[in-house]
Write a protein that binds this ligand. Structure first.
Ligand code: NAD
Ligand code: TYD
Length: 363
């Protein structure tokens, strides 16, 4: 059976990466998607506005940990693959309050795996073999690198340091165990930091873009020398499609942008691009808005991905350079004021108060 011929089930498809994936899937594959999302603060149906009346997209609000709901969905739509994007995804929030991370990322993934396993066991032979459970995970499970360490390969030890990365690491282990113990045909992807349209403005790039446009301080944690490996979100989505199509069950694939940048360099690049895009802005030069603030506890120093396996085995590599991706992203936030004002209301303000009020300026 061809995985591209029938319905897939995506979880967390109203969030940043999930929504980008659903939009790309409908546009480029054109097959039906069932989208199960709890609609937490990070889930936003406005991300899916362009497929609202598209019969190939079915949205259902629900929790991956709600077994009766998931079992009913699986029985009704009989997907050929389940892609698990649903998660609590922000490190700073996990430091303030880890409970939801354990609930969704660990217990939720466990319940989802069990529901999927029971469904998978009922499939006829050909469909059973062709079925895939693709688990979307993060490079943060590998811990932190020193400046001269080789980038994370799939063989790197798991050494998670934050409640977020520990909960994702636990979910990766469950996925692995469900393959080895029950034979469930799983695929796991561990990706580096994403950026692009529809990212909730709590992560570095989306947050700094909006603060800079609005003339607010740009709070860089610590010395700004922490390094992340940046990947434009559509490249992550194309990598996931590649792994779904050609990855081997039980295998792990690391995905990255081959694009290491210090945080301060990223923030300066945002400022320079906005200086060019907004020649009449009262906040030019935007770099004046940069402030160094108290560091994140347990802040991982460096992440970097060794992409040689996915390139060699599956022929995938990123298509969008950091400079192009950043320009597209900034243009998107400038062009989507209504989306921005909707997400910057309500709960968002409480989060800013909780995370930034106690981070006094250090310069
Ligand atoms: P996000 O926070 O933007 O979106 C998460 C989505 O999951 C939201 O729509 C939310 O409503 C939904 N959700 C949360 N709990 C749920 C539950 N119990 N049941 C159903 N839906 C639920 O996250 P994102 O940045 O789009 O990340 C998606 C996935 O990719 C996550 O698994 C994350 O760990 C992983 N990842 C993210 C990045 C990144 O840079 N953002 C990098 C690598 C991997
Ligand atoms: P983030 O986008 O939260 O992703 P992660 O912690 O999962 O890598 O943060 C990226 C980097 O940016 C990280 O080193 C923390 C830093 N950072 C700041 O310096 N200031 C901020 O306001 C935020 C949100 C992040």
């Amino acid at each position: 059976m061809d995985r591209y011929q029938s319905t897939i089930l995506v979880t967390g498809g109203a969030g940043f990466i999930g929504a980008n994936f659903v939009l790309q899937w409908i546009a480029e594959v054109g097959k039906p998607v069932v989208n199960l999302d709890k609609l937490t603060y990070a889930g936003n149906l406005a991300n899916l506005a362009s497929v609202r009346s598209d019969a190939r997209h079915v949205f259902l609000q629900g929790d991956i940990g709600d077994t009766p709901v998931v079992a009913k969905l699986l029985a009704e739509y009989r997907p050929c693959a389940v892609l698990n994007f649903a998660a609590e995804s922000h490190v700073d929030r996990s430091i303030h309050s880890a409970g939801e991370f354990i609930e969704t990322n660990l217990v939720g993934t466990f319940r989802l795996l069990e529901a999927v396993r029971h469904y998978w066991q009922t499939l006829p032979a050909g469909h059973k073999e062709a079925f895939r459970f693709l688990h979307v995970s993060t490079d943060e499970v590998y811990g932190s690198l020193g400046p001269a360490d080789p980038a994370f390969s799939e063989r790197h030890n798991y050494q998670p340091n934050s409640p977020y990365s520990a909960s994702k690491a636990g979910s990766d282990h469950l996925v692995r165990a469900w393959h080895h113990t029950y034979g469930l045909p799983v695929l796991t992807t561990n990706c580096s930091n994403n950026y692009g349209p529809f990212q909730f403005p709590e992560k570095l790039i989306s947050f700094m873009i909006l603060n800079a446009i609005q003339g607010k301080p740009l709070p860089v944690y610590g010395d700004g020398q922490n390094v992340r490996d940046w990947l434009f979100v559509t490249d992550h989505c194309s990598a996931i499609r590649t792994v779904l199509a050609r990855g081997l069950p039980g295998e792990v694939y690391n995905i990255g942008g081959n694009c290491e940048r210090t945080n301060i360099d990223v923030v300066r690049a945002i400022c320079r691009t906005l200086d060019d895009f907004l020649p009449d802005s009262a906040y030019r030069p935007h770099e004046r808005l940069i402030t160094f603030v108290k560091d994140r506890p347990g802040h991982d120093r460096r992440y970097a991905i060794d992409t040689s396996k996915i390139k060699r085995d599956l022929g995938w590599q990123p298509a969008v350079t950091f400079e192009e991706g950043l320009q597209q992203t900034i243009r998107w936030y400038l062009d989507n004021e209504e989306w921005v004002s909707n997400v910057q209301s309500g709960e968002y303000r409480n989060w800013l108060a909780a995370n930034y009020a106690q981070r006094q300026m250090v310069t």
